[in-house]
Design a protein around this ligand. Structure first.
Ligand SMILES: N[C@@H](CCC(=O)N[C@@H](CS)C(=O)NCC(=O)O)C(=O)O
Length: 213
């Protein structure tokens, strides 16, 4: 959604219940995962493939022009699953022991990202490559956003040691293309998901009804 918004593409969103995936969805999503982008009735799946397709098809280009930088960016986007899993280990932690272990693992991965931000650009950002949003930003933003949201109640201070990641996360959190990329119910649904997983952070958001879930 961030890439679609960054390119001013008109689109419609269809939300599905991932616990009860409809048949039509399973027919177009081979791994049964979101997102899927339907282009004139033809489905594309996997976030990176979708983002790359959009970047080839619709201006403005979010990838760097330099093929070397483009390859480096793709390599950092490949790190997203490891990175997001480690942040999940923090915001979904069920107790203090799991939180400490989650933070230990996340710190190692954040350190790599901190170094990448220091080395991959020769400027102050605020985005991964510099002044403009790129596909790497779009790939990391959803996970940094979830962490930032939970951190308002968890207060574990994980990003304190990583000022470049913190500044990057803040810039993404303030970006309209990122802010508007989720449904209005995002925070409610995320808190419901935290409760469902028994996350220690969940009760700190107060009681929730899962009626909208
Ligand atoms: N590699 C996939 C991962 C997508 C993914 O894990 N989606 C999650 C939601 S964020 C999902 O659909 N989970 C449902 C499931 O695995 O059953 C991508 O980047 O598109």
């Amino acid at each position: 959604m961030i890439v679609l918004r960054a390119k001013d593409v008109e689109f419609e969103v269809t939300c599905i219940d991932l616990r009860e995936k409809p048949d039509w969805f399973l027919e177009i999503s081979p791994h049964g995962k979101v997102p899927v982008l339907s282009v004139g009735g033809r489905p594309l799946f996997e976030s990176n493939a979708i983002a790359e397709f959009l970047d080839e098809m619709v201006p403005p280009r979010l990838h760097p022009e330099d093929p070397f930088k483009r390859a480096r960016n793709r390599a950092w986007t490949d790190f997203v699953p490891d990175f997001s899993a480690s942040l999940g280990g923090v915001y979904y932690a069920r107790d203090e022991t799991a939180l400490a272990e989650g933070m230990r693992i996340a710190r190692g991965r954040l350190a790599r990202l901190e170094e990448a931000l220091a080395r991959e650009r020769d400027n102050d950002g605020p985005y991964f490559n510099g002044a403009g949003l790129c596909l790497v930003d779009a790939a990391y933003a959803p996970f940094l956003r979830r962490y930032a949201f939970v951190e308002t109640r968890l207060g574990c201070g994980l990003l304190d040691e990583f000022p470049l990641v913190q500044a990057w996360s803040d810039a993404l959190a303030a970006d309209e293309r990122v802010i508007g990329s989720v449904a209005d119910t995002f925070e409610h649904e995320f808190v419901v998901a935290l409760h469902r997983r028994g996350a220690m952070a969940a009760p700190r958001f107060g009681p929730v009804s899962d009626a909208a879930d």
